[in-house]
Write a protein of this length. Structure first.
Length: 262
């Protein structure tokens, strides 16, 4: 549900990892190199980066002190306000909008992570409630730092985020927008409304964007053929999948693999 790992002057993971948890890396001192999907990030002291559930990442090396906080959506999201907070200002964004964020109160950030670590290790009475509150404080501090850094405020609503989560969990089923509207207790029109509000895209095009992001991850990090990837993403015809991918990226799946890996 929630875990903390610490790294100090060492190599990281030998291979890219896919963790179905939300991950936050905090560089207390020195610097660290992290691969997230196909992008490299070098974290400096007092910087953090967030990684959404389902993304691939690889910690390359650490020179200094780095902390990784991991937690599940079920652990954190007890209410709509929790869901909105976890994605506030693009944090843990499903569209791969990872970014380095410089924290304005680094001592507070370090101390809060230490409190979380102590709670996890000691497991006192109601420790899951306390760690939930402490994670909230971290996310609020990140948002405050982003605002102080001059970023615009972006606040999604819970319905849109539940839509994204349900699409991500059901790629292989190739469900239409109407299916997601039904299970979320809303209408296609409402899903289109919130999708256009947050992304300037229709709900169907939001689904397409998530499929493309997932396609790229599978092409780069899973030992699957294009045919296997197509079936995994709900395409009955691999040729149609290849055309779909090229339409949205200007590259065929195999050309994309070559371009990124080279």
């Amino acid at each position: 549900m929630i875990d903390i790992k610490k790294y100090s002057d060492q190599k990281g993971h030998p291979e890219p990892r896919r963790v179905i948890r939300y991950t936050l890396f905090w560089c207390k001192s020195g610097h660290a190199e992290i691969l997230i999907d196909e992008h490299f990030f070098i974290l400096e002291a007092n910087q953090t980066v967030t990684i959404t559930s389902g993304q691939f990442h690889q910690l390359k090396y650490v020179e200094g002190e780095l902390t990784a906080l991991e937690f599940t959506l079920d652990f954190f999201s007890k209410s709509d306000s929790d869901i909105e907070l976890i994605f506030h200002n693009g944090l843990f964004c499903h569209f791969g909008m990872n970014e380095k964020i410089t924290i304005h109160r680094p001592d507070f950030f370090t101390e809060t992570l230490k409190h979380i670590e102590d709670e996890i290790n000691e497991k006192p009475y109601q420790y899951l409630i306390s760690t939930h509150s402490l994670v909230e404080l971290l996310l609020i501090e990140i948002n405050r730092s982003k605002i102080a850094n001059g970023d615009e405020i972006w606040k999604p609503d819970a319905l849109f985020l539940k839509f994204l989560e349900n699409v991500r969990r059901n790629f292989s089923q190739n469900y239409p927008v109407s299916y997601f509207a039904d299970i979320l207790g809303t209408t296609e029109a409402k899903l289109n409304e919130v999708s256009k509000l947050h992304t300037n895209k229709t709900a169907l095009n939001v689904i397409y964007s998530l499929i493309i992001s997932e396609s790229k991850r599978l092409l780069l990090y899973e030992k699957l053929t294009v045919k296997e990837i197509a079936y995994q993403l709900g395409f009955n015809d691999p040729f149609y999948f290849s055309n779909f991918f090229k339409k949205h990226t200007s590259l065929s799946p195999k050309d994309y693999q070559k371009a990124v890996k080279n």
